[in-house]
Design a protein around this ligand. Structure first.
Ligand SMILES: Cc1ncc(C[n+]2csc(CCOP(=O)(O)OP(=O)(O)O)c2C)c(N)n1
Ligand SMILES: [Mg+2]
Length: 368
């Protein structure tokens, strides 16, 4: 007896739509992902005014000098616990946060958080005093390097659990939507954190509920001692929202003007109520993972190559000089910043530690 064609075989010949899905991926217009890349590429470098350009330079340099000093204070035993420096990645925080509406928007990140706090223009004394665990610190000396908060500035940490800030960022975005306050959440995470499951649970909910959130992967090429290519099956992180219909953007995170241009496109998309965006910023950390990492997993030449050819501060300096600034003008900015950072370090070394009674305050927060 001739075999009856199987149901599967006849379905293959004449595919029937299943539910609301089209018959095959090639028939699915949504399968071709919406991307914000074209819009971004059309105006890839932000046209900063001379004042803005100097402000970006000053802010990035402040992060650089602050972090160098924090490294020294750590070496002297004045900073306890872990300390993760942001040197090399300055353009990411400044490019993005300079485009925020600080009255409305919230920010959340991981433990490599000093630069994101400095990007608010908060007095570096308060941040340095937090690192040395002093009462005058931005979190009364009880957060330290990894767990700084400033709810006043809508900065929600400072998180030591890799990837946890992404899910919390989803919650912040839900709060913006629920309260209809017009704000968005900027949630930063690393290339290593990008492999955490909760990141994708958050992507799903954020897309499903159209939440106002910009996810930013700071791909600094390493998660502790593991190079991105050794730990990630898909190293083009901007593609990872595809399955959730979240548009992606790939950005040179060593160029503050490019990051700022990308921020403009991403924030406009979110503010127009179109839901989340996933931005990958390619960057590089010059120092070890934390202060206790000798960084033996990479060569000196690799780091040197980045410093010489891709440094975000040197890059902007070049643009400033081309636009008419002189070496002397830029040197005097550096001098003033060094003095400001030295003052912050003195303050952090000499101001008092918290009273013992502070041990039991701020343990439970009733209201943000
Ligand atoms: C859930 C969890 N797993 C592991 C760790 C240990 N850990 C701390 S930082 C880190 C690497 C994260 O790398 P990445 O996300 O790329 O951030 P980066 O340090 O490069 O900024 C790991 C594995 C942790 N803190 N939390
Ligand atoms: Mg990393």
């Amino acid at each position: 007896m001739a075999k009856q064609p199987s149901k599967a075989a006849s379905a293959a010949k004449k595919p029937a739509p299943r539910g609301r899905k089209p018959a095959a991926p090639s028939d699915d217009p949504d399968f071709i992902l919406h991307s914000l890349q074209d819009e971004f590429e059309a105006n890839k470098r932000y046209k900063a005014s001379p004042e803005e350009m100097i402000a970006f330079y000053r802010q990035m340099l402040l992060i650089r000098r602050f972090e160098e000093k924090a490294g020294q204070l750590y070496g002297l035993g004045l900073i306890g616990g872990f300390c993760h420096l942001y040197i090399g990645q300055e353009a990411v925080a400044i490019g993005l946060q300079s485009a925020l509406d600080n009255d409305k928007d919230s920010v959340i990140t991981g433990y490599r958080d000093h630069g994101h706090m400095l990007a608010y223009g908060i007095d570096p004394k308060l941040i340095m005093a937090e690192l040395t665990g002093r009462q005058a610190g931005i979190s009364k000396g009880k957060g330290g390097s990894m767990h700084m908060f400033s709810t006043e500035h809508k900065f929600y940490g400072g998180h030591g659990i890799v990837g946890a800030q992404v899910a919390l960022g989803g919650g912040l975005a839900l709060a913006h939507q629920y309260n209809n306050d017009g704000g968005l959440c900027l949630a930063y995470f690393g290339d290593g954190a990008a492999n955490q499951g909760q990141v994708y649970e958050t992507f799903n909910m954020a897309a499903l509920w159209n939440l106002p959130i910009v996810f930013v992967v700071e791909d600094n090429q390493y998660a502790m001692g593991t190079a991105t290519k050794r730990s990630s099956a898909e190293t083009r992180f901007y593609r990872r929202g595809t399955a959730f219909r979240i548009p992606g953007m790939e950005v040179n995170g060593m160029d503050v003007l490019e990051v700022r241009a990308a921020a403009e496109v991403a924030f406009a998309h979110v503010r127009a109520g179109k839901g989340p965006v996933l931005m990958e910023c390619n960057t590089y950390r010059y120092r070890g993972h934390s202060m206790s990492d000798p960084a033996k997993y990479r060569t000196r030449e690799e780091v040197q190559e980045q410093r010489e050819h891709h440094d975000p501060i040197e890059g902007l300096k070049k643009t400033l000089i081309e636009s008419g600034k002189t070496e002397d003008e830029l040197k005097s900015i550096d001098k003033a910043i060094r003095a400001q950072v030295a003052e912050a370090a003195d303050f952090a070394e000499t101001s008092p530690e918290p009273e013992a009674g502070e041990l039991t305050t701020d343990v439970l927060v009733e209201e943000y």
